[in-house]
Structures are given as structure tokens and as C-alpha cells.
Design a protein around this ligand. Sequence first.
Ligand code: GLU
Length: 415
Amino acid sequence: MQEISPLAVAQQQLDMAAEKLNLDPNIHALLREPARVMEVNFPVRMDDGSVKVFKGYRAQHNNAIGPAKGGIRFHPQVTMEEVKALSMWMTFKCGVLGLPYGGGKGGVVVDPTTLSRSELERLSRAYIGAIAAIIGPEQDIPAPDVNTNPQIMAWMMDEFSKYKGGVTYPGVVTGKPIINGGSLGRSEATGRGCVIIIREAAKRLGIDLHKATAVIQGFGNVGSATARFLAKEGVKIIAIMEIDGGIYNQDGIDPEELLAYRAKNGTITSYPGTRPIDNEELFTLECDILVPAALENQITAANADRIKAKLIAEAANGPTTPEADEILMKKGRFLTPDILTNAGGVTVSYFEWVQNFMHYYWTADEVNSRLEQKMVEAFACIYQMSQEYKVGMRMAAYMFSLARLAEAIQSRGWA
Ligand code: GLU
């Protein structure tokens, strides 16, 4: 997966939008790399008494519009290049939604499934201790990403608060448990947002969701919530892929039942009434909607021309390479880009951060209706731009976000 550099992909996407906008070369150069990247090596005491040294990163791409914002992932394949790319995508994602942030991203090179709960806690705390000097509610606000969750955010908030002499800083991370200053609706916000974007796109494409079929790669936080909300809209989910294998059923898979099955059995692969499916077949299935909800570089020049889905909704960050984008465009596939499609997560993170400053908390209905409004508006704006400039949705999203950012950079006197 790492043969195609995610940073090269992010830079190529930026370069193309910069050319269309005739962007000032200094602004372009500034945005091709993060403003700041920290690499840390830190020790963690393991349960057997030994000490292991882990490597982690935090990248802050840009802060022209506001503090850096973005998740932290725990994954064995995390690299500095990947974290840099992910921080760039966060800048453009926040811009598409009009959030007052720049992009950030962090990662630790670790397979968290090999750790006990107490090792995971010590690792989370040690990582935050190592990057504490550069984060904070007004500087850089982490959140969950691949393999991190509300409990980990609670440990991180607690550790940062200790670092600050015991003053509790709920606004230093988002995606926290509700009791620690989390927002209602945050856990499922990314999936909810994805389905809002799918619904808006389906309207334009004339896809009737009650008759539509969907295929989902990934059944983690985002993939499973997307599956649940899609099923509620009447979409039939015919195939789902997880790390240890995929399942297919022409007549549809109930995501709620599948979640209950996994909670009991630890896997989805043996789910009754389905047959196994591999990644290659998954991407080329006859269906209306394809949702990549796993990692980067899944739709490439090697499989793009065999994709039959009418609508591809990028729930993951960076799942499609620029070569694949071009192939999909030529084939008339409609793609909603990651920086729009999966922006529901960071949008509700923004609501959480605002609530932390106000010390006043909204109801689930308030959160969800504000999310709905923001996502619908963002879709309409990017769609209109794509029609006006006759470009794909990804290019339109970059152009919109970049123009806004360039204005902020210029008026701050950085270019
Ligand atoms: N990790 C999520 C993303 O890639 C959420 C970031 C956030 O909430 O700050 O958008």
C-alpha cells in the first residue's frame, strides 16, 4: 500500500488545483509541505517490566485560518510521509466546510492489537507527553483516527492537563467520551456525514436510494456507521470488507445484525448467509455506490477501469490515486472526495471544541441538525463549482478550499 507515496498524491492534487487557480508560487510552495513536523521517540513500560521505544509523529500543515486540527492514528504502517499527507488533506477538508482550522495529523508506529489495555494507556500518555509542547486548545487539537477512540482521547486529555499543572483542558482533543466534555453525535458523525453526501449526490445522479446497492470496504468506526445510516435510507448493502476478510450477499447484509455478530464472534468473515469475497472482486462488483472506508491508495490505475459503481464516496482519507481519478472521470463515474465526504467527523469535532470553550453542551438534535446543514451546504457549493468550472468534485473542492486559504495567507502578509 505504501508503494504509492500519499504525500506525492496530496502534492499532485494541490499542484493541479494551484494551476487552475493560477496560485501565487510562494503560497503554493508554502502549502506543498507542512509548516511543522515533529518526530518523537519515546519509551513505554510494557506489562512484563521491559521497556519498548516507539516512534510517533505530529504534522501541522498550516495555521493561517486557525489552529491545526486532525486525528491521531495507531498503525504499524504509519510513516512521516503519510502523516504529512494526512495533515495536508485536513487543511483542505476544514476549508471545504469553512471551519476555522488548518490541518494537523499524528501517528504512532504500532499495532495496537498487540498491546494490553494498560500498555495502550501508557503508550497514549507517553505519545501526548512527547508532543505536548506543540499541541493545545488554541494551537493544535488532535482527535481520533484509525485505531484510536474516545477512551484514548480521554487519556490524552488527562495527560495534557497534567502537563499543564493540573488545569483540565477539555478543548485540547476532540472525540472524547461525553462525560469528559465530548459532544453528542461525535462518534457516528463521520458516517452520518458520508451518508448526507451520498444522499445529496444520489439526488443529482437520479439514484433512488431505496432501490440502490452499496459495497463498503472497511467496517471500523466510519465504515460501520456509514453502513448503518445507508441501510436506514433504504440502501441494500451487498458486500463488506474487513481486515481479516470480506463477505457478500446479493440479497443484502443487515449492518446492525452484523455488528452484533462481530461483538459476539470477533469477526465478520463467518457471518451466516454470506460467501467470502476478496478486495479485488469487491471493487469490481456490480453496484450503485462504492464506499472505500479503510486506508489510502485502494483505487489505483490497476483497478479503476473495472469499477462499475456509479457513485464512489470516499469515506477514507486518500483512497484514490490521481491516475485512478482520471480513469474514473473518463468512465463517467461520479466521485465525492474525502475532503468533503468524510468531513462530518471534523465538523462535529469543531462543535465539540466550541462547546468546550462555552462550557455549554448541545442536544444530539442540535448537533445533528447543524451537521446536516453544513454538509448539505458544502455539497451544494462544491457541486455548483464543479459544474461551473467543468471539473470533477475533487478539483472543485480543492479550488474552493485553496482560494479561501490563499486569501487568509495573503492578508496575514505571508505571501
Ligand atoms: N480523523 C478524522 C479525519 O480524518 C477526524 C479529525 C478531527 O475530528 O479532528 O477527518
